[in-house]
Design a protein around this ligand. Structure first.
Ligand SMILES: [Zn+2]
Length: 118
């Protein structure tokens, strides 16, 4: 989920960076801020698009890195064995007695334990 958002933001950033180039080349850029005293252009529309693109790309990259760190911290699969059996406790269908994972018959009433039934 987060990885997809990060990739999407990076794609937007790349598109913004590419889109800002023809604006420069065709001379269609609008001067957003101009230093009137020195007659120097401080920022154009193309520059703004580029800077916003870089910002979005940085956020996307940060999200990607954060997602990768989170993934490495928590294991994707729950380990088989003791940890799994405590969360998935079995009970006898006949008397309701708690069963161990390796039990084939209920220790209380002797009913055969059927596994894989939800
Ligand atoms: Zn039983």
């Amino acid at each position: 989920m987060k990885k997809g958002v990060g990739i999407l933001l990076i794609i937007i950033a790349v598109v913004a960076a590419v889109a800002s180039q023809p604006i420069h080349q065709q001379g269609l850029e609008t001067y957003l801020f101009e230093d009137s005293d020195k007659g120097r252009i401080i920022m154009t529309a193309a520059d703004l698009v580029k800077y916003v693109g870089i910002g979005i790309g940085a956020i996307g990259l940060a999200l990607l890195i954060a997602g990768l760190i989170k993934k490495s911290d928590s294991p994707a699969f729950t380990p088989k064995g003791g940890a799994a059996s405590t969360s998935n406790k079995l009970f006898c269908m006949n008397c309701g007695n708690a069963l161990a994972a390796e039990d084939k018959f209920c220790p209380n009433c002797g009913e055969s334990v059927t596994k894989g039934v939800t």
